[in-house]
Write a protein that binds this ligand. Structure first.
Ligand code: ADP
Ligand code: ADP
Length: 233
């Protein structure tokens, strides 16, 4: 599903490399976790996978990223979005609407779906994250965990094969974090969606992920089955 070869990136004007010769493979259907210290390059890597680096963020980029067999540097942005959904840490800055269903429609706006098609996709994506009852709710009245689910539902409406999440539980309490990982597990199991999650809470990675990569200084320093990786940590 993901094949990354020799990926390096330095932000414009910064001396060091945020990513330095990173290699990683993720198979279709895996629930894949990424951990590592602050500054390891995890967020930069996530932004490479969704195409934001180097399209929107200036710097010195080299390497290859294949997603679902396609070199993403040669794939138009609108096609990338239907393959890869992404949800980032600061979920509030990603939400643009005040009503849940409008938020989900917003993500589909440029894709010229019919009204009926949008309706089906709104219902389907809200159900997938367990918030069908919140369709008409005001986003700003929701809890952190519910906002995360709205952001995930917006990504799901495009029916991506791959979902990338950068520290989705950083603003959530332990109970909401656990519930979110249950939601991700059900997307992974029921819909065969490949999931890549950057997460600091090692207990969640250990419990839910099939495989883990530990990053440090811009590359992967340890990779394997979750149990093996956490024992070697
Ligand atoms: P995380 O560790 O979760 O990636 P950071 O605290 O490193 O979060 O980064 C938060 C934000 O600050 C991100 O948008 C990141 O791009 C930006 N950022 C991080 N380091 C720098 C830096 N050295 N110069 C400018 N922006 C930075
Ligand atoms: P992590 O997510 O693992 O904390 P990041 O990908 O945020 O790591 O950062 C990797 C490196 O890139 C760090 O040294 C960080 O300071 C730097 N960095 C991140 N964002 C920026 C930015 N916008 N401008 C310059 N340097 C950045």
């Amino acid at each position: 599903m993901i094949d990354v070869q020799d990926l390096s990136f330095s932000y414009q004007g910064s001396a060091g490399k945020a990513l330095d010769g990173l290699r990683l493979k993720v198979e279709k259907g895996q629930f894949y976790g990424i951990a590592g210290p602050a500054g390891a390059g995890k967020s930069t890597f996530a932004m490479c996978l969704n195409g934001a680096v180097p399209r929107l963020i200036e710097g010195d980029f080299s390497g290859q990223i294949y997603i679902a067999g396609k070199n993403i540097m040669e794939t138009p942005v609108d096609q990338l979005c239907s393959v890869t959904g992404s949800v980032f840490q600061d979920v509030e800055s990603q939400l643009v609407s005040s009503v849940v269903e409008d938020e989900i429609v917003f993500g589909m706006e440029n894709l010229s779906f019919s009204k009926e098609e949008m309706d089906v996709r709104i219902a389907e994506s809200l159900a997938a994250v367990g918030i069908s009852n919140l369709r008409q709710a005001n986003i700003w009245s929701l809890s952190g965990g519910q906002k995360q689910r709205v952001a995930i539902a917006s990504a799901l409406a495009l029916r991506p094969q791959l979902l990338i999440m950068d520290e989705p539980t950083s603003e959530l309490d332990p109970q909401a974090s656990l519930e979110l990982f249950h939601v991700l597990t059900s997307l992974n199991r029921k819909h065969g969606m490949t999931i890549v999650v950057i997460e600091q809470k090692l207990d969640l990675l250990f419990r839910f992920c099939d495989r883990l990569a530990i990053m440090d200084k811009g590359s992967v320093v340890l990779e394997g089955g979750s149990r093996d990786v956490l024992e070697k940590q």
